[in-house]
Design a protein around this ligand. Sequence first.
Ligand code: PGA
Length: 256
Amino acid sequence: MRKGLLAGNWKMNKTRKEASDFIEDVLELCEKQKASGEIDLDLVLGVPYTLLESCERLAKHSAVKISSQNVHFEDKGAFTGEISPVMLKDLGISYAIIGHSERRQYYNESNLDLSKKVKALQNHSITPIFCVGESLEEREAEKTTEVLEKQVVEGLSGISDLKDLVIAYEPVWAIGTGKTATPEMAEEAHKFIRSVIERLYGKEASDKVRILYGGSMKPENIKELTEKENIDGGLIGGASLEAESFWSLYQKFSRK
Ligand code: PGA
């Protein structure tokens, strides 16, 4: 049984004050929830670099874990503007989103870069949230599975053990557009990704790997998406920016 995972991706949003207000509100809601039962999902917030330290400090010892939205694959060196896994570890950060389509698109992040990032994160026991997804043109040209397979195979090349790696399937055409993949479309892609993982790493690893859906997920559609057998949670942008909406996602998440 895979534990559900709800991950927010704040992208380039929030000042320190906005972030601390959000975390305080969510921690209060967690406390209320705990009075009536355990927090039964893993909760993660992907925050900008400037907020990693303060958010980690506020969320320490709570159900909320903090994630970066990127990382460099080297431990240190002459890479102006970059942040290394050692620096994340030093702050106590436990997750890192990598390969988001915005990074692939605007910063030319390649599958080869990603395989190096997965390795670097694993070396420092930080859980990668590894994003894949096809563009609209690729879907319309019926290349979805081909694209996903290439991203998974190349992005994980040289990785012998997935450990606790999380995959996020984010069709590029659904991100921030209000267009969500139907639960059936998303399930089909998730099932396909799981089959690729099974081929590469075996049945045990494919049964274990958590695959999140991302792309205009919101309180109104999270239930029907997470009800699907192969959808283990969400990576959520817009609807994760307000504490109330984030908590509503938590409440509506299907405990199938
Ligand atoms: P969205 O973003 O929920 O705003 O579509 C998802 C993502 O980019 O991770």
